[in-house]
Design a protein around this ligand. Structure first.
Ligand code: UDP
Ligand code: MG
Length: 315
């Protein structure tokens, strides 16, 4: 860490099975950065790729050892851990994150840097004409809405990974030691002066998205649970209403029993109410589980990721 901050820019890129994209990424990214006229480094994290990504990264390191660093994970720990591992090792004053699949054009990096030069410490890209499936865009809108209602994080496009941060913000992210987190939102919560810029968005250059529906759901749970316990509280409030209502029902039914005598016609209504309440309980237990599981992961302090080796020139 001796010459920490002696570099002006660090670019952080998580890579998972991106062999079809890496050659084009290299061909487009390096010229953009070379043209900036600032000292820079690029940190790739190979997140346990099963394809040729590792070999391609090693070859690129051999070609440009002056500006390239490659962190090799032992297996797949997910995009945000891949970014985290790189953030823990950056040397630049400004840090830019980027996806490897060229959905975020590297040519947009100077736009972000113009903002950090103005003194903003967190610059978020907002994807214009987002090139993702209708389903993905719809889910994004929904999660954006939930997030904006339950947290004080204000972002127009949380899913865009093309972002720039000051070193102070990145140090804050690293110090947080977060396990299940959503880095753009965490960065925002640590920033003093945040802004956004419109950036182009392209279709995935090659291959398909690495996110299955399951990992997408998990990631979005991470986003909400890391920043707020509002769902737990909303649930409690809802449960209180339900129990109040059920109590009223018991009183009404009890009174009817005393006045009219035994009735059987209401059995299905009762079943309906019962099933409803049981499902409410199940949701609540699941919700508690979401928080519990994450608490557990933090408490047991297991290594968040394992590195097999790092390719970098000695300082
Ligand atoms: N990625 C990763 N680990 C994973 C999944 C994805 O490092 O387990 C990387 C991937 O290589 C890409 C970025 O994270 O650079 C975004 O992934 P992807 O394009 O699949 O997500 P989408 O654009 O569909 O949200
Ligand atoms: Mg993508």
């Amino acid at each position: 860490m001796s010459n920490s901050e002696s570099i002006s820019l660090s670019v952080v890129i998580p890579v998972y099975n991106e062999q079809g994209n890496l050659p084009t990424l290299f061909a487009r990214l390096y010229p953009v950065l070379d043209a900036l006229g600032r000292s820079y480094e690029i940190l790739f994290t190979n997140d346990g790729s099963a394809d040729q990504s590792g070999e391609l990264l090693a070859a690129q390191y051999a070609a440009r050892p002056d500006v390239t660093r490659v962190i090799e994970f032992k297996s797949n720990y997910g995009q945000h851990m891949a970014v985290m591992a790189a953030l823990e090792r950056v040397r630049g004053k400004v840090i830019v994150t980027l996806d490897a699949d060229l959905q975020n054009p590297p040519e947009e990096i100077p736009k972000l840097l113009a903002k950090t030069d103005e003194g903003y410490d967190c610059v978020g890209g907002v994807r214009q004409n987002r090139q993702d499936s209708f389903f993905r865009r719809y889910i994004s809108k929904l999660i954006n809405w939930i997030r904006s209602r339950t947290t004080n994080i204000r972002m127009s496009d949380q899913g865009c990974m093309l972002r720039a941060y000051s070193r102070a913000v990145v140090d804050g992210i690293v110090r947080s030691g977060a396990v299940n987190t959503f880095i753009p939102a965490l960065a925002y919560s640590l920033a003093r002066k945040a802004t956004e810029v419109p950036v182009a968005h392209e279709e995935r250059h090659a291959g398909t998205s690495n996110y299955s529906l399951y990992s997408l759901i998990r990631l979005n749970f991470d986003l909400i649970t890391y920043f707020t316990t509002a769902p737990l509280q909303l649930f409690t409030i809802f449960a209180m209403f339900c129990s109040g209502f059920s109590f009223l029902l018991v009183i009404i039914l009890g009174t009817r029993r005393l006045i009219i005598g035994p009735e059987e016609g209401g059995i299905f209504t009762l079943f309906g109410i019962l099933f409803f309440l049981i499902s409410v309980c199940m949701v609540g237990i699941g919700l508690i589980g979401e928080y519990m599981g994450r608490t557990y992961q933090v408490v047991r302090k297991r290594a968040r990721y394992q590195i097999s080796h790092i390719l970098e020139a000695s300082e």
